[in-house]
Ligand binder design. Structure first.
Ligand code: HAM
Length: 418
């Protein structure tokens, strides 16, 4: 027997209501803030991701699903959503539109990670990107939109963490400071951090291992190294956030796992967080579009992990309504009645009433059991008598009440929902 590959899962019919709920909230939010949907391919040229996410990140070095197609192109399953949006922005000349261009996506993401609760090899993200504007008011708006997403879902107990990691001009000085802090203490660090020290010192701050915690806590802060422009930008972001009464907390260890970020970075996590706990994260990436061959174009965005959102909805027992159930199950007893039942079911559906037709000539009892398990509001029962009278026996599946209803009345009665 085959099983779904490790780290992937099936979203069964019983789960779908959570997913529809989140997707609908996402679509409403994007409408509120003026974001338009963009769908990009599941795979892209691998170079797009190595270039954007950074050669030394975990995603690029260990986690991408890379393959060659039959023409020898090297492709990767999308390990994140921002780079493809930027690629599409450039490819379709969206840089010629009035800026910023605001786009969102709901997309499957693939990362070869060690699976555990809330961490999968295929997961889905809801993300949005505002491209072509450097105004700190836009940073605040994007952060507010991310926060409103979780609020509109009814998820509580969340914290919003904020940091600024500076720009091309000031970051090198900060990295030097960071390395000075760590040098001489490398022996006490975990093997990953010893590598990070060489390849990607910013990520030292993000290590969750106990051995590295103290060093990261005591490390110099990027905020103390910002150039005057970055400092002014970050001050303004905070002023706008305060003006909209957003409860953010500064977190000097927040650095994110992708190299394209500049200036503002932020994450939404449960206030009692665990290691794999971020429900979503984002930030500015002012150099990325230029890196991909475009004009210098500032941008900012955010993405939330759908599985983690659904997990929180369940853990917090947020009421999520059921998906619509069939209005009527059409049951029959006998050959003639079956013919009539086929006609009735077809007529009901033509009129927009959802109708499930029994099949397989089972006993009436078995048919009613099926109607029950499908959660149908009614069962229309057709036997010899009903065929003669051009009527059905209509059974209310909740109260068990039955009444005889003429075929002429049936549609009308079922179209009206009490
Ligand atoms: P990210 O932080 O790598 O950012 O992913 C965004 C969110 O996706 C995470 O906060 C988490 O909820 C979820 N997530 C990530 N990896 C997994 C996984 N293996 N299993 C389940 N959920 C996961 C980005 O990808 C950026 N592109 C976000 C962004 C958009 N930045 C600017 N614009």
């Amino acid at each position: 027997m085959y099983k779904a590959p490790r780290g992937t899962s099936d979203i069964l019919p019983g789960e779908q209501r959570y997913w529809r709920y989140v997707e609908q909230k996402a679509a409403v939010l994007c409408q509120l803030y003026g974001y338009q949907r963009l769908d990009t391919p599941v795979f892209e040229d691998v170079g797009l991701f190595t270039r954007s996410i950074g050669e030394s990140t975990d995603i690029v070095t260990k986690e991408m699903y890379i393959f060659n197609d039959r023409s020898g192109n090297t492709l990767a399953l999308r390990p994140e959503g921002t780079a493809p949006v930027c690629r599409a922005y450039l490819e379709h000349g969206l840089d010629n539109l009035p800026q910023p261009v605001k786009l969102y996506y709901l997309a499957a993401i693939f990362r070869y990670e060690r699976p555990q609760a809330g961490r999968y090899r295929q997961h889905y993200q809801f993300g949005f990107e505002a491209i072509g504007e450097a105004d700190p008011a836009l940073d605040a708006e994007v952060i507010q939109m991310a926060w409103q997403f979780f609020q509109s879902l009814g998820i509580t107990g969340l914290a919003l963490y904020l940091n600024s990691i500076g720009c091309k001009a000031c970051r090198p000085l900060y990295l030097e400071g960071l390395k000075r802090h760590y040098s001489g203490h490398l022996a006490g660090l975990c093997p990953d951090c010893r590598l990070r020290f060489e390849r990607n010192p910013l990520r030292l701050l993000d290590c969750k291992k106990p051995a590295c915690y103290g060093m990261a806590e005591a490390a110099p802060r990027s905020l103390d190294y910002l150039c005057p422009q970055c400092e002014e930008h970050f001050e303004a972001v905070q002023a706008y956030l305060n003006a909209s009464k957003l409860p953010f907390e500064l977190n000097h260890r927040l650095v994110r796992g992708l190299d394209y970020y500049t200036r503002t970075v932020f994450e939404v996590q449960p206030s009692q967080g665990g290691a794999q706990s971020a429900l979503g994260g984002g930030g500015r990436y002012d150099d990325l579009i230029e890196e991909l061959g475009g004009r210098p174009t500032p941008a900012i965005g955010f993405a939330a992990g759908m599985e983690r959102v659904v997990l929180s909805l369940k853990q917090q027992k947020v009421p999520v309504s059921n998906l619509p159930c069939p209005r009527v199950f059409v049951a029959y007893v006998g050959r003639e009645a079956k013919l009539e039942a086929v006609k009735i079911a077809a007529a009901l559906r033509r009129d927009g009433v959802s109708a499930i037709m029994a099949t397989g000539d089972r006993s009436l009892k078995a048919q009613l059991r099926q109607a029950n398990s499908l959660n149908a509001d009614y069962t229309a029962i057709i036997g010899e008598e009903e065929v003669k009278r051009q009527a059905v026996t209509l059974r209310n599946m909740i109260t068990g009440e039955q009444q005889s209803v003429s075929l002429a009345q049936l549609q009308e009665l079922l179209l009206v929902r009490e």
